[in-house]
Structures are given as structure tokens and as C-alpha cells.
Design a binder for this molecule. Structure first.
Ligand code: AQP
Length: 331
């Protein structure tokens, strides 16, 4: 059976970008790829690469786990776990740090972007993050990893690391393939469509969270940056903000961009934005209801306990063999 692995960092409140670019794709994959098993984790160790407030972090970990289920993942076909609860992730992460070069890590655009924004307090774990990410994936012999556009480079490095390890120590890790969605691959910031929508962004107007109420969602869409052209058309070069809204519209409703453009050919941005706001509300409201029902339930705790047990069993056996390959320990 093929395995798909993916995770989300609890660095902020989940955004529409996380939903459309990752969680929704994951739900679709689960419906389509019935012969695959799904390992999904909350990447709390990655979150602490930048300073977090402990009680907020702990709350977000459960929020993300609950949201995964609320967004429609089949809990009976998902091994859902918290990254820090499976210690072998860290163990392998360290071994993989010894199989990746400084130059490779320095080339990662996400690291370059983050250092550019926050020049004074860059942690060493932010720099070595791709080695831990590689461990998250290859420890479980993932065949596929669904990733947004922005994570493509990290996955490429994961493949490089896995191949390097296999070449040096003999075939051992499965080399994962990326699964990149066609629509919704990259959702941009509503106020600055030059950068992607991010949950840790300081300007709340730039993103919609999965917890926003209907009025907030509509207000944020209404104030999203567009242009003075005034015609609903998909032109990412000259109408970047509008192109982003069209991408969101298409992705959230599972429609084609050209059909939406046609629908609004005699209309204006105001009507378009009102309908888009409503379309987002229609999708997020039932998700929020499900989230409220599950987040404090014992069911969620059971799902996470079960996930931890399955992931640990696999990881324990894999690491025992991995350490033997590398020559660590006594036997
Ligand atoms: N704007 C986006 N459009 C499409 N997909 C996105 N993802 C994130 N932002 C967008 C996808 O969500 C998954 C989980 O991401 P993550 O939390 O592990 O890391 P990230 O990509 O760094 O997400 P954020 O929201 O931008 O977090 P911060 O602000 O902490 O850096 C990934 O599959 C990602 O592609």
C-alpha cells in the first residue's frame, strides 16, 4: 500500500491558504486514492524554530488536529499524530543533518525570506529545518507528499537527502514524489498579492482564518486589493489581486476560473466580491461547527493517541535499522 505523508506547523491560526493549498487537497486525495494510507501530523517542532508563546502553541496544536478532521479527513483512514510525540522524528532529523550540506540549506528560499524579515533572531533550527522535514517524510517511507508550490524546494531537498543516504549506505529510504494541486497551489495575501497568504503574518487583513466569522470574511474580501481596470478577467500580470481572488473562488467552489470569469463578464468587482465572500462563508461555516464539536472531545484525544501509537511503531522499527546502517550504537 502506498503512503502519503504531510504536516502543518502550528505557527498561527490556519488560513484559507492552508485550507485550499493543503488540507482540502488532502481530503480530495483521500477520496481519490483509496488504495493509499495517510499519515498526517501537526508539526509542532517546526513551529518552535521561531519563538512561540507556550500556551498558545499548545492550543494551536489541538486546533489543527481538530481542523483536519472538521475539514473532512476520514479519521478511520488517517494516522493523525503530533510530531513531538514521536521522538524518532528528531533522532532521524539529526542523522539527516549529517547528510545535508550548508550550501544546500543556505539556498532554501523560505530560509532566505524569513531571515530577510527578521534579521536579528534567526535560530539554528530554522536553518536546519529541511533536515527535520526530510526526516518527517522519509522516516515513514512516504511515497507521495502533497505540497503547495512554496514547499516544492524543500521536498526536492528531501529527495536529494534520501538519495544521498541510499547511495552511501545502501537502499533504505523510499524517495518521495510531490503531489502539487493544479488550482489553489498558491494563495496570495489579500492586501499584498505579491506575497503568499501566511498564518504568521502580522497584518490580519491579508489573510482569512478558518475561524473567521461571516462578517469578518466578507469584510476582508471586500477590502482585498484589486485594481482600477474594473473588468473581471484572469490576468495575473496586470490584475494580480483579482487573479488571486479568482483562484480562491475557483478553488473553494471547485469551478473553473474561465467559467467564473464568464459569469461576471457583465458585472463589477463589488458583486464578484460579495459572491466570493458568501462562497467562502458557505464552506467555512459547517467546518467551524464540526470543529467546535470535536476540539474538546475525548474522541480527538483517542484519535491522537492511536495515531501516536501507529506512527511510533513504524518509526521505532525503521530507526533501529537506520542506526545499524549508519553504524551507531552497539548492535
Ligand atoms: N498561501 C498558501 N497557498 C497555498 N498553500 C499554502 N500553504 C501555506 N500557505 C499557503 C500550505 O499549507 C501547508 C502547511 O504549511 P506550513 O504551516 O507547514 O508552512 P507554511 O507553508 O510556511 O505555511 P504558512 O501559513 O505560510 O506558515 P508560516 O506563516 O508559519 O510560514 C503546506 O503544504 C503549504 O504549502
Amino acid at each position: 500500500m502506498k503512503r502519503i505523508v504531510s504536516g502543518i506547523k502550528p505557527t498561527g491560526t490556519l488560513t484559507l491558504g492552508n485550507y485550499l493549498g493543503a488540507i482540502k487537497q488532502f481530503v480530495k486525495l483521500q477520496q481519490k486514492m483509496t488504495d493509499c494510507e495517510f499519515y498526517l501530523f501537526v508539526a509542532d517542532l517546526h513551529a518552535i524554530t521561531v519563538r512561540q508563546v507556550p500556551h498558545e502553541l499548545r492550543k494551536r496544536i489541538l486546533d489543527i488536529a481538530a481542523m483536519y478532521i472538521a475539514c473532512g479527513l476520514d479519521k478511520d483512514r488517517t494516522v493523525l499524530y503530533i510530531q513531538s510525540e514521536v521522538m524518532q522524528n528528531v533522532e532521524l532529523g539529526y542523522i539527516l543533518q549529517s547528510n545535508v550540506y550548508m550550501g544546500e540549506l543556505e539556498r532554501m528560499t523560505q530560509f532566505k525570506d524569513k531571515t530577510a524579515k527578521n534579521e536579528t533572531s534567526i535560530t539554528s533550527s530554522l536553518f536546519t529545518y529541511p533536515a527535520l522535514m526530510a526526516a518527517d517524510i522519509i522516516l515513514y517511507d512516504a511515497d507521495y507528499v502533497p505540497v503547495g508550490d512554496d514547499q516544492k524546494q524543500h521536498l526536492e531537498l528531501t529527495r536529494t537527502i534520501a538519495n544521498r543516504f541510499n547511495n552511501h549506505y545502501g537502499d533504505f529510504f523510499t524517495v518521495p514524489e510531490p503531489l502539487i494541486p493544479e488550482v489553489g497551489a498558491r494563495i496570495m495575501d489579500l492586501q499584498n498579492p505579491e506575497k503568499k497568504m501566511s498564518k504568521s503574518d502580522s497584518n490580519e487583513k491579508g489573510y482569512i482564518t478558518l475561524f473567521d466569522d461571516p462578517a469578518t470574511i466578507k469584510r476582508k474580501i471586500k477590502s482585498a486589493v484589486t485594481d482600477s481596470i474594473g473588468i473581471v478577467n484572469y490576468d495575473p500580470k496586470n490584475q494580480r489581486g483579482l487573479a488571486n481572488l479568482l483562484t480562491i473562488y475557483a478553488s473553494i467552489t471547485d469551478r473553473k476560473i474561465e467559467d467564473i470569469v464568464k459569469q461576471y463578464e457583465d458585472s463589477n468587482y463589488k458583486q464578484f466580491k460579495e459572491d466570493l465572500g458568501q462562497a467562502i462563508v458557505d464552506v467555512l461555516q459547517p467546518i467551524q461547527e464540526k470543529y467546535n464539536a470535536i476540539v474538546k472531545s475525548s474522541e480527538l484525544q483517542e484519535i491522537l493517541n492511536n495515531g501516536r501509537e501507529i506512527a511510533t511503531n513504524y518509526a521505532f522499527k525503521k530507526m533501529r535499522k537506520c542506526k545499524r546502517k549508519v553504524g551507531l550504537g552497539r548492535k
